[in-house]
Design a protein around this ligand. Sequence first.
Ligand SMILES: Nc1ncnc2c1ncn2[C@@H]1O[C@H](COP(=O)(O)OP(=O)(O)O)[C@@H](O)[C@H]1O
Ligand SMILES: [Mg+2]
Length: 266
Amino acid sequence: MQKQKRIVAVISGKGGVGKSTIAVNTASLLSLRGASTLLIDADVYNPCVSFHLGLLPHPVGLLDVLENKAKIEDALVIDPASGLRCLSASIQLNNKIGTENLGRLIKSLDYDYIIIDCAPGLSSVVEDVIAASNELVILMTPDIPSVTAAMKLISLVKDKIDHTRVHFVLNRVAEKPYELSKREVRTLCQGRLDASIPEDAEIPKSISSKTPAVIHNASAPSSRAISQFSSMVFPEAFHRGAIRIPFLGTIGGGGRPLFLDNYGFR
Ligand SMILES: Nc1ncnc2c1ncn2[C@@H]1O[C@H](COP(=O)(O)OP(=O)(O)O)[C@@H](O)[C@H]1O
Ligand SMILES: [Mg+2]
């Protein structure tokens, strides 16, 4: 029997709230656990996944594949640190953006997990990504504009997706008095808040070192929170006991995973 692929769109109402950070780190963790994982950068006007991963710009990308100008094999880039497969948007500024075939492309791909990093808001590209996905991760920061924009977005797409497959993530939580509290955010999200990621300088540091935070500093508070969130959303990948050690390959698969503590679990 064919395994059910999990296709997860990472979305937000507002920009700059941590979508790319969460998409890159979650996808890297899945790949480090030995799961076949593809990260698609669908932020077509501002693709940045390759910066997070330190990958060289690739001349062929998602839009070329969707327009049948290139084969998927020629567009994929492998992150050597985790084995993660990446498909970047790689837009030329004069490109016409046509993503209506995204669902068909995704159906034809054989991965356990496909994580799709989106642009903020609800453009036609984001609508196409959501239509091709079966789960959503929605990012917010603890301020009214960000949470309100997230709620607006969810109300626009609620009929298109099973609401039990929407994961709400609050990022950049600094516990300052002027922030919305987790309790307030939970109330605004109708009782749903799946994760809280702290404000942590290790995230910008990891981006400047071109390595996902969960590899750059696995024990940082943000890395631990992202690991905890990923293991909660993808328990089947995190409980099977295999872990890929960067540059060495996959180890384990039977007993207790090796170096588990490095990835925020005990
Ligand atoms: N938990 C965090 N703590 C500190 N900085 C963060 C955190 N999450 C994201 N950032 C910073 O916020 C900026 C925007 O993050 P990014 O993931 O690019 O957001 P988006 O993809 O939603 O636009 C980046 O410069 C990143 O370093
Ligand atoms: Mg982004």
